[in-house]
Design a protein around this ligand. Sequence first.
Ligand code: PAF
Length: 305
Amino acid sequence: MRSKQAGFRGKNMSLADDESAQTEVVDTIEQARSRIRQWKQAGQSIAFVPTMGNLHAGHLALVKAANESGMRTVVSIFVNPKQFGHNEDLDTYPRTFDEDIAALSAYRVDMLFAPDAAEIYPQGADATTSVHVRGLSDMLEGECRPGFFIGVATVVNILFNVIEPDVAWFGEKDYQQLLVIRKMVQDMALPIAIKSVPTVREGDGLAMSSRNSYLTDQQRKLAVNLYACLQHVVDQIIQGVDYTYAVVHANQELTEAGFLTDYIVVRRQEDLGVPGKHDKSLIVLGAARLDGTRLIDNIPFELMK
Ligand code: PAF
């Protein structure tokens, strides 16, 4: 069992001068609940950042935003088996707990919840009651990765029930996931504000992702083409090019660059519906594979009213 004070020193302490300067690392629901109860009884609010670990600057931007809310900051690290398909990378997904702790030490993290699969799914992931956010879960990523959003919505719902956050932070890199969580919270009347942070990118524009570590040097150089193609689609649409043409063209460009494209689409930001001619808040989303590595990205944009 992992339950200790990790001794993090936060740089950004709005809850200074109490035990919050130390990060408590817990791995059971009971331990997490007992600490949460104390905070709630003291009238404190909780900002939550759920992750699967292998933390990069995108995750840390979420932790920073949570810190800035002035609430207790709780981070979770749990590689959720229920959101991986049978042919996917659950076994090889990067697990870097010690490096993650080191990365978090630059922030104020009041509790790090790092359960194992048996704690979250005592009956097994497949036997657990599932949360299916209908419609939104069944398109795009949901079509390419059947069951993925059921796994995400289920685990986030469990984590929300344990942590009982007032606010939870998600990255816009996983835009469809963000909308799925927002809809779940709305449909289930959960009293949690869902907030987001824009995608954090490498210097050349590649969206930060734990799966970037799978790329060879050669593939890493090619990977930026996904972002470049999406940006090209945005530029063309803003110049008045029909989006169906821009998308077909981007698909060709990506194929020529060596990708296998799952989709490139232009949708409404609000609900990922197909845009009509009066819709102005749009988003281009893409998913493409470089050999075994699947990359996703998106760029939201506004058309002139
Ligand atoms: O975005 C992620 O890292 C995961 O999908 C999440 C939200 C932590 C659920 O496992």
